[in-house]
Structure formats: structure tokens, C-alpha cells
Design a protein around this ligand. Structure first.
Ligand SMILES: *[C@@H]1O[C@H](CO)[C@@H](O)[C@H](O)[C@H]1NC(C)=O
Ligand SMILES: *[C@@H]1O[C@H](CO)[C@@H](O)[C@H](O)[C@H]1NC(C)=O
Ligand SMILES: *[C@@H]1O[C@H](CO)[C@@H](O)[C@H](O)[C@H]1NC(C)=O
Ligand SMILES: *[C@@H]1O[C@H](CO)[C@@H](O)[C@H](O)[C@H]1NC(C)=O
Ligand SMILES: *[C@@H]1O[C@H](CO)[C@@H](O)[C@H](O)[C@H]1NC(C)=O
Ligand SMILES: *[C@@H]1O[C@H](CO)[C@@H](O)[C@H](O)[C@H]1NC(C)=O
Ligand SMILES: *[C@@H]1O[C@H](CO)[C@@H](O)[C@H](O)[C@H]1NC(C)=O
Ligand SMILES: *[C@@H]1O[C@H](CO)[C@@H](O)[C@H](O)[C@H]1NC(C)=O
Length: 573
């Protein structure tokens, strides 16, 4: 994590009144990368109480515009989603330079840690210490131990329900801990508060009531949609990439889960067909083990069922269970550029070799804190943040959760999404208290559409066709809610957000929108980046990108930069 030396000293300086909150920003070179600038903005902690003196501090990172000052077009904020992902680290880890390259260097690219997370203060803690936080995180199962192959067998239901019960009770412990720790950030960090911070950031950067320019990815689209409803007069150039459905998000996760899981099977089908097309030279999974003749889809399902019956024991009491496999596949299904390595890992596992998978699990596992009695770092904030943006959920029963997961799994014909049940279990055990300023959700979109239309302001919505997390249907719904104030452009193929696989047509659309306000001329673009190829290094999760066709240097910069935004995304995931 980057460190923001100014944060602690400002907090220790005591509480300034809210009216002095928007003092000048003091930029200095960031300690982890002096090529970028860091600053801290103080904002009111509780926007519902303007007279309350408590404040929050929001770390900002700036990658400066590269054009002459006279050509500069202002600031462009970006947010990588989560909820709870560090936007400051995102920009520091390469997204600042890459987004600047894509947008012609005209903007200062600005990342920030949304309140409650990263280096923001107060941080949304669930425990008193980093040691307890780490233990709770290690105890949290990534997915339920369920065997998909049995879903249609009624006699399996008792085992299924028991597995869901076990999963749910572990998640309940964490929800109870977060609620009882009662961080001051717990009920002051919802989307309604975050968009007020965004307005304060733009005020401080570009002047009072200046327009917001924004590229929001994944859950960052929720902040974009909340912002344009709260401040329709302040919408500048807004790109919403990988759309979370704001209507579903305003309800409980019971409406969110089936809504988000519409394209999981499409993404798996893409993996299978791209792998088959590449053949042995590009995709290890395309060759079945010697004694097997089934197709890839069947082999993946068989592997799943085999791990349910026979988890593979490793040293030190660890084993590869069906739940670990589901969560592994679910995580990487979102990022097609990792599929060459993932295919070789799965191919090895199919033949009984666990080493490649264990190496990835080891490399991506959180390490224990150096000092267990140091404060909780807020790494578990994602779950309570999801709850406070959803409707109160304590009325949801475990039976409903189990029935819903079964239904969605059957309709997508895969068990991998069991890895996405945590918010449902967590929020049903979380208090029904919500922040004092309610989120607008999607309730004022029609009003926002009128005002944006009058102002001749168009939101650019972009989405992958087979995005397993934020399906195209959510982007289409948002486009229809902003019928005369938005355009939707899609990118063919799988992957979460459009940056997950580079497309020249798509990235040019984004560039032209930000640089000359040009609206798209086409509604769908092909991929330019290969997913499997013998030219791709299958030994790493972040191989050098390989593009189809020939491109000019300017085009290659756009494609490389798209991939670099993805790498910055992965570096904070
Ligand atoms: C941005 O463009 C410059 C010059 O074209 C290049 O050197 C640099 O690698 C690019 N950065 C990214 C992140 O693509
Ligand atoms: C259903 O599951 C039961 C118990 O696990 C098993 O004995 C039975 O063979 C299964 N039936 C089918 C049709 O697979
Ligand atoms: C949690 O803290 C808030 C103030 O931040 C307080 O109003 C509330 O009563 C506390 N709730 C519990 C259950 O302690
Ligand atoms: C294939 O052979 C391996 C090793 O001999 C064995 O462990 C596995 O069970 C066999 N698989 C099938 C489907 O027969
Ligand atoms: C993974 O980590 C475990 C425990 O730290 C260690 O014993 C094992 O050697 C590691 N395996 C690989 C493949 O890195
Ligand atoms: C499961 O699907 C059936 C048929 O599509 C539907 O009637 C039922 O309401 C669904 N149940 C849940 C919990 O989603
Ligand atoms: C509206 O904006 C577009 C570009 O965003 C521009 O081409 C068009 O001329 C504008 N129309 C009016 C009436 O200002
Ligand atoms: C694009 O990135 C590759 C390495 O991944 C590099 O070899 C190439 O020079 C880059 N091209 C441009 C124009 O940035």
C-alpha cells in the first residue's frame, strides 16, 4: 500500500470546522512513486449534520496532464469499484499514466480512496487489531462446499442445505463483529456520501461547482449514477464501464444476485470455444488426459464433482476442495487475459498435479500482519459497504438464499457463482440501520435524464457482451433509463469491464469522447487482443499482450494502455 504521510498529522491536528474543509489542496510527490502527486482532502464525516465538526480525510493521487497548461481540459476522476477498492493505488499503480495516454494527456487523472477504505480516515474497521482482522479473513470461506452435479437430485438437498448453513454461519460471525465494532465509518460511507465527496474533490480541483469528468469501472458505475442524480447540473464527461445495476443494488442482494449472474455461462462458453480454437499450442486445456474423451465443458463439470467427493489433501492441513475450486474459477472467469495460465493450472489439476494451483493460491493469499496488534486495516470493508448501499436485509431467510443460489446455478448451468453469495449471507446478518442520507439508487434517473438532455450532456455507457459480473442487460437497462442522455457501446467477448480485453474500436470511442466530445458512430466493436495464442506466455497471470492484426504505434499505445489499466486493476484486487 502507498503511504500518505500527511493523513495522520492532519487528523492529529484536531477537527477543523466543516466550513474550512475546502481549503487549498497541498500536493507533494507520493512516497511510493514520486512521479505522481499526493494530497489529502478534508470533508465532513456526517453530511446530514452540517454543524457537526467531525471530518473524514480523503487521500488523492494525481497523474498530471501532459499537454501545455493552455490546452488542459481539467480533471478526470476514476474509480475501480469494489465497493472498497483503493482508487489511489489504482492510479499510482499505472492507471494514471495509462488513462492519460488514452485521453491524450489533456486531463489530470485523479484517483481517491473512497471514505472508509485504504488510506482514508476514519477507516471502516471490523476489529480492534490487524491480527483479529487477518484471522477473520482467513476463516471466511470463499464459497460453499456444494456439488453441482447433484443439484438435480432431491436426495442431495440435505447435504446442500447443510453446506449452505455452514457457509452462512461463518459469514454471520463476521457481520456480527463488524456491527458490534461500530466504526464511525460504518454508517457514513454509502454511495450518497461518496458522491458528496466527489463533488468536494471537483470543487477543490477545478473550482466551485465545476463539472465532474469521470471514468467509473464496475462498482464505480454506482457512484457515477448516484452522482448524476444528485448533481445533474454538474455532470461533465462521464464514462460508465461494466455497469452494476443501480435499480437492483437499491434493493436487497436477492434482486442483485440473479441480476448480476446472467452471463456466467456465456463467459464459460467463451473460455471453452477460444481454448478449442487455439488448440494445444495456445491452451493446455484443449488436450484431454490420455484416458478421457469428454469435451472441455464436461471435463470442468467432472472435475468439480470429483473435488466434492475427493478433496485433494495438501500439507499442513490444507486441501483443495470444491469450494476453493469454485471460487478460483469464479475469480479468474472475469479476467480472460489470465486464461492461458488458468487453463494450464486446471489441466494439471485434472491430472492430479496440484502444484501450479497451489502456487497461485499462495501468491494471491493475504500474508499475516507483521504486527498483529496494529490497527485493523479496513480490508473487510467491502461487505458492510455493500450492505449499506443495499436495502435492509435482515428479513431474508437462509432457505431463500439456498433456493436462489440453486435456481441461478441451474439457469447458468454452473456452480462457480457460489463464490458470490457472501454479500447475501453477510447482509442478512447485518443491522438494518442505514446512513442518515439515503442513496438515490435509481429513483431520480428520469429527472437526471431530463436535465442532462436539456444540457446536451451525454453519458457514455460501455460494457462487454459476455461480462460474467456486470452483464450487458444492466448496461441496456441504464441506457433505457437515460434514454436521451446516454449512448451504449459494447465490446464483443468475455471479461469484466471493457478494459479486461483490449479493443481498438472501443478504446478509440472512449478517447474521442473525452478529447473532442465525439459521440460513438458504432454500437459494437470486436476484440483486438488475443485470449489464447502460442505467442502468449502461459506461465504468468500478467503476460505481455498479443494483438490480432497490425496497428500503428499510436494504436498500439491505445491497446497497450487499455491492458495497463487492467494490470492496475489486478494489482489492487
Ligand atoms: C504512455 O505513452 C508513452 C509514450 O507514448 C509510453 O512510453 C508509455 O509506456 C505509455 N504508458 C502506458 C501506461 O501505456
Ligand atoms: C442421488 O443421490 C443419492 C445420494 O447421494 C445417490 O445415492 C443416488 O444414486 C443419486 N441419484 C442419481 C440419479 O444420481
Ligand atoms: C454506533 O455508533 C453510533 C455513533 O457513531 C451511535 O449513535 C450508535 O448508538 C452506536 N450503535 C451501537 C449499537 O453501539
Ligand atoms: C485416468 O487415469 C488416471 C491415472 O491413471 C486415474 O487416476 C484417473 O482416475 C483416470 N480417469 C478416468 C476418467 O478414468
Ligand atoms: C504454499 O505455501 C505453503 C505454506 O506456506 C508451503 O508449504 C508450500 O510449499 C507453498 N507451495 C507452493 C507451490 O508455493
Ligand atoms: C426459482 O425458479 C422458479 C422457476 O423459474 C421460480 O418460480 C422461483 O420463484 C424461483 N425461486 C427463487 C427463490 O428464486
Ligand atoms: C450537443 O453536443 C454535441 C457534442 O457533444 C455537439 O456535436 C452538438 O452540436 C451539441 N448540440 C447543441 C444543440 O448544442
Ligand atoms: C506495447 O507494449 C509492448 C510490450 O507489451 C511493447 O513491446 C511495445 O513497444 C508497446 N508499443 C507501444 C507503441 O507502446
Amino acid at each position: 500500500m502507498p503511504s500518505f504521510p500527511s493523513v495522520k498529522s492532519i487528523l492529529l491536528a484536531g477537527c477543523l470546522s466543516a466550513s474550512t474543509a475546502f481549503a487549498r489542496l497541498q500536493w507533494s510527490p507520493c512516497s511510493s512513486n514520486p512521479a505522481l502527486d499526493c494530497a489529502t482532502l478534508r470533508v465532513p464525516l456526517e453530511y446530514a449534520e452540517p454543524q457537526n465538526q467531525m471530518s473524514a480525510s480523503i487521500p488523492l493521487v494525481r497523474y498530471k496532464a501532459t499537454v501545455a497548461t493552455s490546452q488542459r481540459k481539467g480533471s478526470l476522476l476514476t474509480n475501480p469499484g469494489g465497493p472498497g477498492a483503493s482508487g489511489a493505488s489504482f492510479v499510482l499503480n499505472g492507471a494514471g499514466e495509462a488513462i492519460s495516454n488514452i485521453t491524450g494527456g489533456f486531463y489530470d487523472i485523479i484517483g481517491w480512496d473512497p471514505r472508509g477504505v485504504g488510506s482514508a480516515q476514519p477507516v471502516l474497521q471490523c476489529f480492534a487489531s490487524a491480527g483479529e482482522e487477518y484471522e477473520a479473513s482467513s476463516d471466511l470461506p470463499s464459497a460453499a462446499e456444494v456439488a453441482y452435479g447433484q443439484f438435480s437430485n432431491q436426495s442431495y438437498m440435505p447435504s446442500y442445505n447443510a453446506a449452505m448453513q455452514e457457509f452462512d454461519s461463518k459469514t454471520a460471525q463476521l457481520a456480527a463483529a463488524c456491527a458490534s465494532y461500530n466504526s464511525t465509518a460504518l454508517y457514513t460511507s454509502s454511495a450518497a456520501y461518496i458522491v458528496r465527496d466527489m463533488a468536494a474533490i471537483v470543487d477543490a480541483l477545478d473550482g466551485k461547482d465545476a463539472h465532474l469528468n469521470y471514468w467509473g469501472l464496475s462498482y464505480g458505475t454506482i457512484f457515477g449514477v448516484e452522482f448524476i442524480q444528485t448533481y445533474p447540473e454538474r455532470a461533465g464527461k462521464i464514462v460508465l464501464d461494466g455497469v452494476f445495476d443501480a435499480t437492483a443494488n437499491a434493493g436487497t442482494y436477492v434482486s442483485q444476485l440473479p441480476n448480476d449472474q446472467l452471463s456466467v455461462r456465456d463467459a464459460i462458453n467463451d473460455l471453452v470455444s477460444f481454448c478449442e480454437q487455439a488448440g494445444a499450442a495456445g491452451c493446455a486445456l484443449s488436450i484431454p488426459p490420455a484416458n478421457v474423451t469428454a469435451d472441455i465443458t464436461t471435463r470442468l463439470a467432472n472435475l468439480q464433482d470429483s473435488l466434492y467427493e475427493y478433496p485433494i489433501a495438501l500439507s499442513q492441513g490444507f486441501s483443495i476442495t470444491v469450494g476453493i475450486f469454485s471460487s478460483f474459477m469464479w475469480s479468474f472467469s472475469r479476467v480472460p487475459t489470465t486464461w492461458p495460465l488458468i487453463s494450464s493450472v486446471v489441466s494439471a489439476l485434472e491430472q492430479g498435479d496440484t502444484t501450479p494451483m497451489v502456487a497461485i493460491l499462495n501468491a494471491t493469499a493475504a500474508s499475516p500482519p507483521g504486527n498483529p496488534s496494529a490497527p485493523d486495516t479496513g480490508s473487510l470493508a467491502e461487505w458492510p459497504l455493500q450492505c449499506v448501499d443495499n436495502a435492509p436485509s435482515s428479513g431474508i431467510t437462509l432457505a431463500e438464499v439456498a433456493a436462489l443460489v440453486l435456481n441461478v446455478s441451474l439457469s447458468e448451468d454452473t456452480p462457480w457463482l457460489n463464490a458470490d453469495v457472501t454479500p447475501l449471507s453477510f447482509c442478512r446478518h447485518f443491522p438494518d440501520i442505514r446512513p442518515r442520507i439515503p442513496n438515490l439508487g435509481a429513483s431520480k434517473l428520469s429527472n437526471a435524464n431530463s436535465i442532462l438532455t436539456q444540457r446536451n450532456t451525454t453519458v457514455l455507457i460501455v460494457n462487454g457482451e459476455n461480462d460474467p459480473v456486470t452483464p450487458l442487460a444492466s448496461a441496456e437497462r441504464l441506457q433505457s433509463q437515460l434514454a436521451t442522455a446516454s449512448r451504449l457501446v459494447t465490446r464483443r467477448g468475455p471479461g469484466h469491464t471493457t478494459v479486461s480485453v483490449a479493443s481498438l474500436g472501443l478504446v478509440k470511442t472512449i478517447r474521442n469522447y473525452f478529447t473532442d466530445s465525439t459521440l460513438p458512430t458504432s454500437t459494437v466493436y470486436d476484440l483486438s487482443q488475443l485470449i489464447f495464442s502460442s505467442a502468449i506466455d502461459a506461465g504468468t497471470l500478467a503476460p505481455a499482450p498479443v494483438f490480432s492484426g497490425t496497428y500503428s504505434d499510436a494504436e498500439l499505445t491505445l491497446l497497450n494502455s487499455t491492458y495497463n489499466v487492467l494490470l492496475a486493476f489486478l494489482s489492487i484486487a
